[in-house]
Design a protein around this ligand. Structure first.
Ligand code: NAD
Length: 481
């Protein structure tokens, strides 16, 4: 007779299967076709891709603004229609994130990325005549995109860059190349349907550091736009070309004792777990006033958070953060790519904790120096640090943000506290009393972007960020008054 399988063994098996499902696929992805359909605009050679993007640019230059807008309208339509395909492909290819959340991210891009209306000319008149300032395209833009929001970034960048009159060549993240190239093809299909060129934007079959280097030094590339971690932002900023750098964040959240704690706890978990914490704006660590911390934690627990002990937090930190020795012999911690964007249940299983699918976030109490507070994890793990007062909260939160000047959040009804933190942290995005995604137009006012350029100052990028100003002066005449 077969030995009955114990409950513990069943749990272990389930956890192994879950782990396998979430560790990314073992298959290699064909980045040149989808479901038997050849993707348009995908090249083996970066030089050829740039030449093709330059042809696309010349076609856009010859178009009226109305024609450009027609293409953008079609990109929006196809993005809405094919959001479920890209969401599923993104999760399957990278093993990261949540299909439903990725679908919503695509809808956000389709609905709230500004188009040609963002390009506004200025006129100055006076005793000396009329001066006109117009927002001109750069030419061909070289764009580097991340694995965390792959197709979202390709489509968002394409809408803005085409609206501004540019051509675009992408060097997407290799781990998300099939998803990114699906989006490149979508833009090209939209162009063709709307009467534009067949190849408007281009990408690589197999992007590498070498293809990125060619892009960075090619004379036809007039602007580099890089969305990714600190390494790639440093690389493009030292390229000698005009570059827009959208780099890493580590957004802190402060919760003081005037906040609506029931709302704050839910908002923080909603924001932190959106697409399993992949958005760079998502809540990464909490500084909670001591007198409301217990209540905040229990609200979080009622909203899908599972609290682990300090020992378990240390154990998990050893798994989700690898040790890497740099060239000076210093040991650094780097995120374990197999843990980024994974479900809370999968991460908990790694330390032998089995939970139901209702659990969407792992919370723990730590001190401010803990690795979970200081490192940008991009996974649904949220450390909570108790603080005595607003001075201490601001000091620790500013330190944890590491001068990225990216994003910070606060839950409070005290306008002095809110203003003090906003001033001290100097971030591009500061969200008050809402989940982090309100900062990119999801449940908050304002347009959407997936390229938040803190280091170079363009901020919440849109079409106008990808333009250069040109002035035309008519001296002594052309006034009508
Ligand atoms: P990543 O830094 O690993 O890769 C980003 C892109 O840069 C990829 O296409 C990669 O191939 C390329 N790359 C890396 N090093 C390079 C180099 N030296 N030269 C040329 N290309 C290079 O990023 P990821 O893991 O895909 O994304 C996560 C990171 O990106 C996080 O740090 C996150 O905060 C940041 N991010 C920022 C924004 C923003 O808007 N500020 C948006 C999304 C992601």
């Amino acid at each position: 007779m077969a030995t009955p399988i114990s409950e513990a063994e069943v749990r272990q098996l389930v956890s192994q299967v879950l782990n396998r499902m979430q560790t990314g696929p073992a298959v290699s992805w064909d980045s040149t076709q989808y479901d038997g359909r050849k993707l348009i605009g995908i090249f083996e050679d970066m030089n050829e891709a740039i030449e093709a993007a330059n042809t696309g640019y010349r076609a856009v230059r010859a178009m009226s603004v109305e024609q450009r807008e027609k293409i953008i309208t079609e990109i929006r339509r196809l993005t809405r229609e094919e959001a479920p395909i890209m969401a599923e492909l993104g999760v399957k290819e990278t093993g990261m994130g949540k299909v439903e959340h990725k679908r919503l991210k695509h809808l956000l891009v389709a609905n709230k990325t500004p188009g040609t209306e963002d390009i506004v000319s200025q006129a100055k008149t006076g005793d000396d005549g009329l001066t006109l300032v117009e927002m001109a395209p750069f030419g061909v833009v070289g764009a580097i995109t991340p694995s965390t929001n792959p197709s979202e970034t390709v489509i968002c960048n394409s809408i803005g860059m085409i609206a501004a009159g540019n051509g675009v060549v992408f060097n997407p993240h290799p781990n998300a190349i099939a998803t990114s190239n699906y989006a490149v093809d979508l833009v090209n299909r939209a162009s063709k349907t709307a009467g534009g060129p067949e190849i408007l934007v281009c990408s690589m079959k197999k992007p590498t550091m070498d293809s990125a280097a060619i892009m960075q030094s090619h004379p036809l590339i007039r602007l580099l736009v890089c969305t990714g971690g600190p390494g790639v932002v440093r690389a493009v900023l030292s390229s000698g070309k005009k570059a827009i750098g959208a780099g890493a964040g580590n957004p802190p959240v402060i919760v003081d004792d005037t906040a609506d704690i029931a709302k704050a706890g839910k908002d923080i978990i909603d924001g932190c777990t959106f697409d399993n914490n992949l958005p760079c704006i998502a809540e990464k660590e909490v500084f909670a006033f001591r007198n409301i911390a217990d209540e905040l934690i229990s609200v979080m627990q009622r909203n899908g958070a599972y609290k682990i002990t300090a020992e378990q937090a240390d154990q998990l930190a050893e798994i989700v953060l690898d040790k890497k020795t740099d060239k000076n012999g210093k040991v650094k911690r780097v995120v374990n790519r197999d843990c980024v964007g994974r479900d809370a249940a999968v991460l908990l299983a790694k330390i032998g904790v089995q939970v139901s699918n209702d659990i969407r976030c792992i919370i723990c109490e730590t001190d401010a120096n803990h690795l979970f507070v200081q490192e940008e994890l991009m996974m649904p793990i949220l450390p909570i640090v108790r603080v005595d007062n607003i001075d201490q909260a601001i000091e620790l939160a500013v330190k944890a943000e590491h001068g990225n000047r990216h994003t910070a959040h606060m839950h409070s009804k005290n306008i002095d506290n809110l203003s003090r933190f906003a001033k001290a942290v100097e971030t591009t995005i500061f969200v008050k009393n809402a989940p982090s995604y309100a900062g990119i137009g999801f449940g908050g006012e304002g347009h959407a972007t997936f390229t938040i350029a803190g280091p170079t100052g363009e901020g919440i990028t849109s079409a106008r960020s990808f333009t250069r100003q040109r002035r035309c002066v008519m001296a002594d005449s052309f006034r009508i008054i």
